[in-house]
Structure formats: C-alpha cells, structure tokens
Ligand binder design. Structure first.
Ligand code: NAP
Length: 239
C-alpha cells in the first residue's frame, strides 16, 4: 500500500503515520510537513510542503508517480496561533480580523483545495483509492447550535463543499476514488489544548486512539460515500 500523509508533524498526522508503519501491508509513505521529519523507517519518504505556498504543493506532489497512491490523508489544519499571538477563534463578530481570517482559510481551505488539485491525479485507478481530509464537526452548518469560531467553522464548511465538488468531478474521472472529510473527535493536540477544559471526562481522545478510529472509517468508505463527511465513529455529519 502506497500512502501520502500531509501534516505528519501534527498530533493526528504523526499517529496516522505510526499506525500505517505498524501495518505490514504498507510499502511506502510519503510524509509531508513544513519541515521534513526524520524517521528511522526506510518506508518513510519525508518531503517538505507548505500549504500556503502553491509551488511547494505542486513540487511535493511531483515526487510521486501518477496513479500510484492507494491513500492520501490531509491531516493539516489550524484553529489558533500556537505562539499565543493574535489569532484565536472568534467568540463574537467584533473580533473578526481580515488578516486572521485569510490565514485560517489559507491553511484550512485553500491549501486542501490545492491538495485535491495536485494529489487526486496520483490516486490509483485499478483498485479502490481514497483521499480524506481532516475536517471538523463544527464545519456543519445545520449542526451549528453554539455559534462562535467564525473563521474556523466557515473554513471547514468551505472545505466540505470543496470535497463534495471534487467528488462529483472525480466520479467521472476515476470511478475507484473515494473522497471524504473526516472529523477525528476531540483529540489531545496543540490545536485543541487551550479548549480542553470543558471537554467531558473520557471524551478527549489520544491521537493514537483517534487515528485507529479514522483508519477504520476510511477503510470502510464506499463509492457512494464520496463527497460526504464522517465522524470518527463512522456517522455521517450533515452539511
Ligand atoms: N484536535 C482536535 O480536537 C480536532 C477536532 C476536530 C478537527 N480536528 C482537525 O484535525 C486536523 C489535525 O489537527 P491536530 O489536532 O492533529 O492539530 P496539530 O497537532 O496542531 O496539527 C496540525 C498540523 O497542520 C500543519 N500545518 C499547519 N499549517 C500548515 C501549513 N501552512 N503548511 C503545512 N502544514 C501546516 C501543522 O504543521 P506544523 O507542525 O508545521 O505547524 C501540523 O502538522 C486539523 O484539520 C483539525 O482542524 C482536530
């Protein structure tokens, strides 16, 4: 099995990498991150990729032979500025900033759209192949009951729309490809760290546990699921 994981420096991305390395069927993993990782396993091919730089995405994808991948996982994303700077999820419209919003969309929406552009042609056509991007339940418009987190919610809702639109196009181009969004649950990571206080006991997954759930969901995806978004437990998340 040939796999590409984008965002292997992240909590969930690195857990997915280890999950697939523990699987004897994995032959090669292209492991993308802004700064290439160092990994002792010979099956890991570490390559740099910055989601905010189109050329870097194009160059990174060019390292892979066309139609050779079984699976692409985009495990990147941002909710806040980890250096505790000015970029925090907005509680009110008063906190909206064009600059911050553009940054969140660049990472959560435009970058993954370019991953669809450059990585979908690399999926196999002679057997089932899968492209999944980590989205979030809060990207569901119909499920939005709490409000807040304007940029993050909107960037993930837009990501879900891009996934749906690419799935319609790819249903014509590669009938074996399934394209979906996945919600990993609430996972202990740098992204969720400042917001974990109100998470109910037992509801905060380790990255390893979330990765195991996500793999089980993506392995069960069928052609009819293409374009949809699923949670860690396999439940479809409404748009
Ligand atoms: N954790 C949760 O509770 C939770 C809940 C719902 C959805 N999600 C989604 O799950 C995904 C992964 O989240 P996580 O919890 O694993 O967060 P994380 O540990 O913060 O990982 C985020 C990853 O995104 C990468 N990234 C950010 N900006 C990038 C850029 N410009 N170019 C390339 N890579 C970039 C980071 O790379 P660097 O290391 O270089 O910064 C890192 O690898 C995200 O899409 C998130 O929205 C998470």
């Amino acid at each position: 099995m040939n796999i590409a994981i984008i965002g292997v420096s992240g909590a969930i991305g690195s857990a997915l990498l280890e999950h697939y390395l523990a699987n004897g069927k994995t032959t090669e993993i292209f492991a993308f991150s802004r700064t290439p990782i160092e990994h002792p396993d010979e099956r890991v091919n570490a390559v740099s990729l910055d989601l905010t730089d189109q050329k870097s995405i194009e160059k990174a994808a060019a390292r892979i032979f066309s139609q050779s991948l079984d699976l692409v996982i985009a495990a990147t994303g941002m909710l806040h500025d980890k250096s505790e700077g000015q970029l925090q999820p907005e509680k009110t419209l008063k906190q909206l900033s064009a600059e911050n919003m553009a940054e969140v969309f660049a990472v959560n929406t435009i970058g993954p759209a370019l991953l669809l552009k450059y990585f979908l042609p690399l999926l196999k056509r002679d057997s089932k192949s899968v492209f999944v991007a980590l989205s979030a339940r809060v990207g569901s418009i119909s499920d939005n009951r709490l409000g807040g987190w304007y940029s993050y919610r909107a960037s993930k809702a837009a990501l879900n729309m891009l996934i749906k639109t690419a799935a319609i196009e790819y249903n014509r181009l590669n009938k074996q490809a399934v394209i979906a969004g996945l919600h990993p649950g609430t996972v202990d990571s740098g992204l969720s760290k400042p917001f974990q206080a109100r998470v109910q006991e037992g509801k905060l997954f380790s990255p390893k546990k979330s990765a195991a759930h996500l793999v089980s969901v993506l392995e069960n995806l069928k052609q009819k699921d293409s374009g949809k978004c699923f949670a860690w437990d396999g439940q479809e998340i409404p748009a």
